[in-house]
Design a protein around this ligand. Structure first.
Ligand code: FAD
Length: 379
């Protein structure tokens, strides 16, 4: 786990890490679920009951603390990808309300998200539009005191189990990114067209908005602000995707260490082998570099005052890419056991893959970093 003595942290962060580690040991060890949806619902309720989901939402005008979110995700991901997912989506799904919602919207939704009573989702991606969110085609037309939404979203996490979808749609105030708005859409108005299976299972769906009518005050922020709302929400949580990758990679490092020490190779163990030792050193180096980037970016975000998009992009990019390599090394070190279903490193190999794609693919993170450099921004 991260070195909590680093100057990025305050005593409350160390207390959180201790409490969450204990909770994970008591609640996530040897947990088996055959029904993904009910397991996700249970995890959300349990994390809410334990008080951890409060971290995911704004407290009045105070934004979520990114260091706390990152510590929580690193810790949860170390133990269970699904627990990390359940936690993270409560934040991402309600993030637009936390950052831009009215007092009434915050009051209506955030306490229920924090208690685990309402499951949140973030609906931006469409079949024809992923990385280029400015080209969203789902439309929202004003009709008297209502908005009417028509369109389709895909690859929506919590699709099928969510209670509401924060949905991004075109309202047409301007071209491209300037003509989008964000809306809170209750799940019962949206049809789940297809459940999508991915390599690391979690609830995911394609959704249809077939003349969905919602009240005028279901808009988050002003008409035309949707792109900014979406990007700021993603920016708030971007670092925490890196933290989840770090949790997976640190678990892989520890699994590899334990395996190397116990596996016999002739008269010695795998750990006595110089090539293995080199791999272990590379893993630790990659993970510590990720941790430094993640907690630097999280700390910058919490203290505010600077544009931290470059630091957040670097943290996500490095932790997800380097984390994937670390896990690959751990699989390799395990030999045939590494690709055997049910072995932890095999699970981690699948768990980390999507993190290099969602919430801004690695190529997009590189673009953010390069544009910031070319703009002449100081490091
Ligand atoms: C497991 C999972 C969960 C998801 N959950 C959600 C969710 O809850 N809500 C939601 O709205 N979306 C969600 N998504 C969708 C996700 O955000 C998109 O998959 C992602 O933005 C990429 O979009 P795309 O799949 O359409 O790929 P495309 O945009 O078509 O991109 C394809 C590939 O092209 C490359 N590429 C893209 N842009 C550039 C560029 N500018 N320069 C160079 N190369 C580039 C990248 O390698 C990228 O992977 C999820 C996806 C996955 C896999």
């Amino acid at each position: 786990m991260t070195d909590l003595a680093w100057p990025f942290f305050e005593p409350r962060h160390r207390e959180l890490a201790d409490a969450l580690r204990l909770w994970c040991a008591d609640n996530l060890a040897d947990r088996f679920a055959d029904d993904l949806d009910s397991e996700c619902r249970s995890l959300v309720r349990e994390l809410g009951a334990a008080g951890f989901l409060k971290l995911c939402v704004a407290n009045g005008d105070t934004r979520p603390d990114v260091r706390s979110l990152a510590i929580a995700r690193e810790t949860l991901a170390y133990h269970s990808a699904l627990a990390d997912f359940a936690f993270a989506m409560q934040g991402l799904g309600s993030g637009a309300i936390s950052l831009f919602g009215t007092v009434e919207q915050k009051r209506a939704w955030l306490p229920r998200v924090a208690s685990g009573e309402a499951i949140a989702a973030f609906a931006m991606t469409e079949p024809e539009c992923g990385s280029d969110a400015a080209n969203i085609a789902t439309s929202a037309m004003r009709d008297g005191n209502e908005w009417v939404l028509v369109g389709e979203k895909t690859l929506i996490s919590n699709g099928g189990i969510a209670d509401f979808y924060v949905t991004f749609a075109r309202t047409g105030e301007g071209e491209g990114a300037r003509g989008l708005s964000a809306f809170i859409v209750p799940a019962e108005l949206v049809s789940v067209e297809e459940r999508i299976e991915v390599i690391a299972p979690h609830p995911l769906a394609r959704l249809k908005y077939d003349n969905v009518r919602i009240p005028a005050d279901a808009i988050v922020g002003e008409p035309g602000e949707g792109f900014r709302i979406g990007m700021e929400t993603l920016n708030l949580f971007r670092v925490t995707v890196g933290a989840a990758a770090l949790g997976f990679a640190r678990r892989a490092q520890n699994e590899a260490l334990a395996f190397a020490k116990s596996r016999r190779l002739g008269t010695a163990t795998l750990a006595d082998n110089a090539v293995t030792q080199e791999k272990l050193a590379d893993m630790a180096l990659a993970n510590d570099a990720s941790a430094l980037l993640i907690y630097r970016a999280a700390w910058q975000q919490d203290i505010g005052g600077t544009d931290n998009r470059r630091a957040a992009a670097m943290a996500k990019l490095h932790a997800t890419e380097a984390g994937s390599r670390v896990i690959d090394m751990a699989v390799q070190m395990h030999g045939g056991a590494g690709v055997t279903r049910g072995v932890k490193v095999e699970e981690l190999y699948r768990d980390i893959r999507a993190l290099r794609i969602y919430e801004g693919a690695s190529e997009v993170q590189r673009q953010i970093i390069a544009r910031d450099l070319l703009k002449g921004a100081q490091s």
